[in-house]
Design a protein around this ligand. Structure first.
Ligand code: FCB
Length: 463
């Protein structure tokens, strides 16, 4: 049994994203995305895999909703694949794409599960990339038109919208270090990409409010506390810089309508921007970006400990050897979730917060009876949920928590080797099997769950 009791009405969910689970890459008129292209490029994905089939969720979605029903979660955070809706990124809408999500949303609602929709979880239509991608302003306009197409169709039923997932990843991983699609290594382009993503967010908020009156609209950021490796002035300054580029570069424009000055100066010093004004920022942009939102989504996995490289730029230390870490190499640091939630509340006062992702990659084999005892994942989730509860007790307006992830899936450049699922997926047979953590999470959410008294036939076999 779980020892957690969060406030009444607290929303428990699970999260996924389109590219990581859907597969069906060539079906019903879906266009190519930058992740299809990236995964097809030799050397980009650690295990040489791609997501043409992934979890085959495109065909197995009803079964996957049954898994959520069995868990008893109140919400499902998923993303929409832009290239299913607009195969070329803009222009002609593909009705089959909208139909698929329409059925998904209706079936979720029938199951008593709130659809928590993310519009952009990194799968930009390739044709938009060919025209400059997030490096050009036109992509922001295309995103707003895409948000319009989706919300015209689903806006009457979807009550929770997030525009973007982790703009930092799009900008930094995609355009600065090139570890993710489109794989560029151009810090100046990365700053433009961050700006255009944020700008497109602001534009979309207005459209979503119009097409989905009364719905909650927000954005999801990856946030992490940054601490200096030592108390030296150089390391403390490295921590300030890292916090500036990871956290404040996004929080400040969204909540204060300006980029952080010290972080701009850092970029100018590094030669990534000319300054003092960022040339790609036009009049009115920051007002658009700071359009009030109803909630902030926080993705939290770990913290960063940084030290100053000889150049003065921050470098991230690997976790100390005695610290527990997940298969991603990320330090298990539950306290960081509390610190992050408290800091965001204190410095930015969002109206509401959801933890939109939190979870751990671990591989544990099934025993002879098929039981998968993933105690480390349970411990990870348990400790983080406890910190979320503490944050609420200390005044953080936290309204929900989504475990990452429902299923093992295509973990971006890591391919299928990193397993985050409450359910194990056998990628040969597509069989889903609940890990112990799934059984455990079911107990956690139970007090707030509207789960059916009668399990469905499929699920009766699992219990
Ligand atoms: C986050 C991503 C999500 C998943 C987790 C492990 O940064 O939003 O898609 O890959 O990390």
């Amino acid at each position: 049994m779980s020892r957690h009791s969060l406030p009444e009405g607290f929303l428990w969910g699970v999260a996924t994203s389109a590219f990581q689970i859907e597969g069906g890459a060539h079906e019903d008129g879906r266009g190519e995305s930058i992740w299809d292209r990236f995964a097809a490029t030799p050397g980009r994905i650690a295990d040489g895999s791609n997501a043409v089939v992934a979890c085959d969720h495109y065909h197995r979605w009803r079964e996957d909703i049954e898994l959520m029903r069995w868990l008893g979660v109140g919400a499902y955070r998923f993303s929409i694949a832009w290239p299913r809706i607009l195969p070329r990124g803009r222009g002609r809408i593909n009705p089959a794409g909208l139909d698929w999500y329409d059925a998904l949303v209706d079936t979720l609602l029938e199951a008593g599960i709130l659809p928590f929709v993310t519009l952009y979880h990194w799968d930009l239509p390739q044709e938009l990339q060919d025209a400059g991608g997030w490096g050009v302003r036109e992509t922001a306009d295309a995103f707003v038109a895409y948000a319009d197409a989706v919300s015209r169709r689903l806006g009457d039923r979807v009550r929770h919208w997030t525009t973007h997932n982790e703009p930092w990843c799009v900008a930094f991983q995609g355009h600065e270090v090139g570890a993710q699609a489109p794989g560029h290594r151009d810090p100046a382009e990365s700053l433009r990409a961050a700006h255009h993503v944020l700008l497109s967010h602001g534009g979309a908020v207005e459209v979503l409010r119009r097409n989905s009156p009364g719905a909650e609209v927000g954005i999801v950021l990856i946030l992490a506390p940054v601490s200096p490796a030592t108390e030296s002035a150089a390391d403390r300054d490295a921590a300030r810089q890292a916090d500036g580029s990871l956290n404040r570069w996004y929080l400040d424009p969204l909540f204060r309508g300006r980029y952080p000055e010290d972080a701009i100066e850092d970029r100018v010093r590094l030669g990534h921007a000319q300054g003092p004004a960022l040339p790609f920022v036009r009049d009115g942009d920051l007002r658009t970006i700071a359009t009030p939102i109803d909630f902030l989504g926080v993705n939290y996995y770990s913290r960063n400990v940084v030290r100053a490289a000889p150049s003065g730029a921050p470098t991230v230390d690997p976790p100390a050897p005695e610290r527990e870490r997940t298969d991603m190499g990320w330090e298990v640091y539950p306290r960081g979730l509390y610190d992050t939630l408290v800091r965001v509340t204190r410095d930015y006062a969002p109206a509401k917060i959801y933890v939109t992702e939190n979870g751990a990659a671990y591989t544990d084999a099934a025993d002879a009876e098929g039981r998968i005892a993933d105690q480390r994942r349970i411990d990870y989730l348990d400790a983080h949920i406890a910190q979320a509860g503490r944050a609420i007790a200390d005044g953080v307006p936290l309204a929900g928590y989504f475990a990452w992830s429902l299923l093992d899936n295509f973990e971006w450049a890591h391919g299928y080797a990193k397993r985050f699922g409450l359910f194990e997926v056998d990628f040969e047979t597509q069989r889903r099997r609940p890990r112990d953590s799934a059984h455990w999470y079911r107990q956690v959410v139970a007090p707030n769950s509207a789960r059916d008294a009668e399990p469905q036939p499929l699920l009766r076999r699992m219990t």
